[in-house]
Write a protein that binds this ligand. Sequence first.
Ligand code: SF4
Length: 404
Amino acid sequence: MKVFILTLGCPKNIVDSERLAGQLLSEGHEILPEPEGADLIILNTCAFISEAEEEAKNYIKRLVKVAPVAAIGCLPARRPRARRVYGPAPGETDAILALAGRIFRDPDEGTRLLDPYPYAYLKVAEGCSRRCSFCVIPLIRGRLRSRRKDDLLEEARALVELGKKEIILVAQETTQFGRDTGERLEDLLAALDRIEGDFWLRLMYIHPGGMTRSLASTLASLDHLVPYIHMPVQHLSDRVLRAMGRAGGERAVRRSLSLIRKYLPDAFLRTEVMVGFPGETDEDFRSLADGIASGLFQRVAVFPFYRERGSRAWAMKALSRETISERYAEAQNLVRALHIRVQKGLVGKELRLLVDEPGLARTVYDAPEVDFSVRIPKGLAPGNFLKARISSVDGEGDLEAVIS
Ligand code: SF4
């Protein structure tokens, strides 16, 4: 059967899609690069917020005009009674849905059919045992299930041997790795760092409450780790953080920031923040806005609060839509200004870049798909590292470089 897989949402879904594609290929199916000509389109969905659900439904409406669509991933997990198959799907669809369900629940790897990019995600765990009050991920993805360190090492070694130049550690929250199995993230990182080869290691999805002195000093000791930490702090006001159920509150955020600055003084810090959470006062919002403007972080993504059924925040009294929109717009403006300032600071520097595709590369300070790109002369093949001098920045914050 000819299958096309489209992935929405976060890198964790990309890994699941690669595993599904690998498995289907080994069972004799053909994986197409385009939906045209497919017997079945598999849509791997996100349902973290209602907007993501809407996006998935819109994709289904469009794709079903091309071929039958089967929805897998977070949307059917969040809405088990919702329809999963659209259009006259082939007979093998049920077996494929069952396989996708097993991959969704079980974080252990099967064969992956990797995306053609020079980077690959390494999913170290599935699920989350934290209980942030705005978040439905634990309901969708279940409790933490870490993978075994040895399996992860074997997979990372294979990825490097296959020519991947960047291994990106992901999970719903990576610092929980090993809490259910007795293994330690520090040991995993140190072992990954000992893999031979020229590659970057990147660590994403850190909860501030999980940033310990031991983890910070381990990060500082790694040769392959890029100077970039992804730590969604969500807010800077203790009252809001406590209402969000963020373990450790503001103290954990401040402590983690000072540990990062002490052990990784040159690292770029990427964060995510939420504005308009129930009970957020003007003063709370100002402390967050001031933190963004003062340059505590180099990369920031802002989200407005979404009231998600099933989350504890569903029952909290929401702020007016107007207040949420105003704060969101103000925070977005601050973030835009911050990004341009930070990016201008890179102009004139000679940096090592990784070519992602012809004419486009990335610095160590940028994760794929969420941060900035660097335009370079075409002609260098993806997967090459190069030294280049940053010559300019455009209005969006993307860079241009000349090869030194
Ligand atoms: S740590 Fe992340 S995934 Fe886990 S409950 Fe909190 S926001 Fe959700």
